[in-house]
Every structure is written in C-alpha cells, then in structure tokens.
Design a protein around this ligand. Structure first.
Ligand SMILES: [Zn+2]
Length: 244
C-alpha cells in the first residue's frame, strides 16, 4: 500500500462521487494497493479494510481528526478532536479465515463480514437488522448435537453471541468514541465511520483543488495535469502571486 498523488486522489473522487460508501472505500484501496486484486480487497474483513483506510487518511491529510457531533440530550454541537492513533486498534498478527463457537450443543463456524457482505445491505436497513443479516451471511456451518442445521433456524441468543465474537475478532470494524456534552454533562458513545469521514474530507478537498486549478489555469494558461503536479506549497505561492 502507498500514498496517493493529488491527481490519483482526484481521479478516485471523480469515479466514487455517485457510488455507495462501500464502493468508495474499495476505490480508495484499489488505487492505494495496486498489488492486491480487487476481489481480495473486497474480501478483507471490515476491520482490516478500515485499518488500511486509516493509514491512507493519515498519509493524505495527517494524523489529526476533527469531527462534529450533536448531543442527543440537549442538541449542543460538539467539535471533537482526536488522533488516528487514538482509534487505531492493534489487529491480531495471525490471519484467521474461519472462526468457531461452541455454545449449548451448537457448533457454529463463521467468517468475518467483508465489503461484499456490506454491499448487500440497503441504506434503509436499520442497525439491528443489518447486524443480523451480516451475521447470517457469514455463517459457514451450524451443527446442533452433531447434526447439520439450517442457519436460519438459529436461536436469537446464538446469533447475538456469534455477532459478539465477530466484533471481538475484528475490533477496528466498530470504533466507538466516548463523548461528554460540555453543556448538560450527558455522556454517550458515538460510532466513528472512517469511510464517511474520509470521503467527506476528500470531497471538500477536491472542490478546493479544482478551484485552485481553475484560478491558476486562467492566470497562467497551464494544463490541469501541470497544476496538479505542483507541490501544495508551490501552488500556494502561485496563488498568492495572482492575488488569491
Ligand atoms: Zn448536552
């Protein structure tokens, strides 16, 4: 995996604008990891995918993250500043393909959810239903008292236990940030989604860069490729020269 140049990132933004989040994440990874096949990237567990995206975010925009949240109790808007290192989880060194869980005479074998699984969810699926659907998709086999069983017949508690084990095995997939409201002192946990966050930043950055291209191309007649190839400090210098 490597950092992306200005024009590479702009090209990912252009192709990903109208895509769902899961595809935007894959476009970023495919550009940064040309040595890995698209299929292999899509099969990375969500936690491993997000570990790569956090690294790419750090190389692209630095280690500081600033996010906004609204207090669910009083509505106060909070600005939240933290570092990539604060939410980075150390992943287990060994890569496990198949996990198993034994509970109440059940033996369940499962894998971790990946981008292909996320792509099957629609935006209208609520969080609980999404978790259940993902868990069921990732079940490889279920035995009860030694007999093979249909995955759809699992008791609810068992599906929950499998979901819990998946979360433990892939901790980077669900990052929770602890928040305290400075106005009403309410405390709560908010999920941090690196894909939405990073893509939001890329979107704002792309508009900014294209505006700079427009100004410099108008002033000097340079091509877009030439302007994008300039370092940020040179671009800033020339923008100052033309009074912008
Ligand atoms: Zn509050």
């Amino acid at each position: 995996m490597r950092a992306l140049s200005t024009s590479e990132l702009l090209s990912v933004w252009e192709r990903g604008q109208v895509q769902p989040r899961v595809q935007q994440a894959l476009l970023l990874l495919a550009a940064a990891c040309p040595e890995i096949s698209t299929e292999a990237l899509a099969k990375l567990s969500i936690g491993r995918r997000d570990t790569c995206l956090l690294a790419l975010r750090e190389w692209t925009f630095g280690s500081q993250l600033i996010s906004l949240a609204a207090c669910p109790h009083c509505g106060e808007r909070l600005e939240l500043a933290f570092k990539v290192a604060d939410i980075r989880v150390n992943l287990p060194a060994e890569h496990v393909e198949v996990y198993s869980l034994n509970i109440d005479n059940y033996r369940v074998r499962f894998r971790l959810p990946n981008s292909l699984d996320l792509a099957t969810l629609t935006s209208s699926t609520d969080t609980d239903a999404a978790r259940q659907l993902l868990t069921e998709r990732c079940l490889l086999s279920v035995e009860h008292n030694g007999e093979e069983q249909f995955a759809g017949q699992l008791p609810v508690e068992l599906v929950a236990a499998v979901g819990q084990q998946m979360a433990q095995a892939d901790p980077q997939a669900d990052v929770q940030v602890a928040l305290t409201c400075p106005v009403c002192s309410h405390t709560w946990q908010a999920a941090f989604d690196i894909v939405s966050f990073f893509w939001g930043e890329i979107n704002a950055w792309a508009y900014h860069i294209l505006r700079e291209v427009h100004i410099l191309a108008s002033a000097y007649g340079w091509s877009e490729a030439d302007i994008l190839a300039l370092s940020p400090s040179r671009r800033r210098f020339y923008l100052e020269m033309v009074g912008r």
